[in-house]
Design a protein around this ligand. Structure first.
Ligand code: ZN
Ligand code: ZN
Length: 250
């Protein structure tokens, strides 16, 4: 499968990057993980506006889902007068209501469902197109999920937003690529059940036996090189920084 970083800035966009959004492709199927601020624009560098086959939202903080409002406009009010058929959207309990409320004036309370086919995520294993996915609840102030995407014997594990949790270590067991958030700086911010720092992301990767660690969700005010250095101190595998438009063959 192929992973493309659409956006990787943490919490708010940077001058260089949109917020969280990652395109995963295999067998011609396109699954988007998260659609944060600015992601819809960037996405169009990588595929057509209507070429997505499914969307997974790790949680409902704006930096992971807010461009779904713009995507609703694009799908509901197509310039050719048609309306896009609903595509599967996997998100936490209440995703449709939250997006509808944020949009403020959809034609009806169920308008979003005309272009999005909402599915409520719970910790489980299921199929999305050619992928087998495993979801696990992680530690964050709102209901939040990490996801492991498997295809053809290979795996990608995406942390979403989380504090330290064994559930993430287990989900990322022996994973080929661990796309893990590192929003905090070791020794600086220390708020439980919110975000990981570079060292904690490295420790999680080490416990999981991940093959490769890609740090992401680093806010513009955090020094990414410090987080990479901290992760390398505790994880012997390859560590790198997510960057907009970077691609990985997994
Ligand atoms: Zn976030
Ligand atoms: Zn969050």
């Amino acid at each position: 499968m192929k992973l493309t970083v659409v956006g990787c800035s943490g919490s708010f966009p940077s001058a260089e990057s949109a917020c969280s959004s990652y395109l995963v492709e295999a067998d011609g199927f396109r699954l988007l993980l998260d659609m944060g601020n600015g992601a819809l624009g960037e996405l169009q560098r990588h595929c057509g506006l209507y070429d997505l086959d499914a969307i997974f939202l790790s949680h409902l903080h704006a930096d992971h889902c807010i461009d779904m409002l713009a995507y609703f406009v694009a799908r509901y009010y197509r310039h050719d007068g048609g309306r896009c058929a609903p595509i599967p959207v996997y998100g936490p309990e209440g995703t449709e209501h939250r997006l509808t409320t944020a949009y403020a004036d959809t034609p009806s309370a169920s308008s979003m469902s005309e272009v999005f086919d909402f599915h409520t995520v719970k910790p489980s294993t299921f199929e999305i197109g050619p992928f087998t996915v495993h979801t696990e609840r992680v530690r964050h102030p709102v209901e939040a999920y990490a996801i492991r995407v498997e295809h053809d014997g290979r795996s990608l594990t995406y942390s979403g937003d989380t504090g330290v949790t064994e559930a993430l270590d287990e989900l990322a067991r022996d994973t080929d690529l661990f796309l893990c958030e590192a929003a905090f700086t070791h020794g600086k911010e220390n708020i439980p059940d919110l975000h990981l720092n570079g060292r904690e992301a490295g420790e999680s990767a080490a416990r999981a036996g991940a093959r490769r660690l890609v740090l992401t969700h680093i806010p513009p005010w955090t020094d990414p090189e410090v987080n990479v250095r901290d992760a390398r101190e505790v994880f012997a595998g390859r560590v790198e920084l997510a960057a907009p438009r970077a691609t990985y063959d997994i």
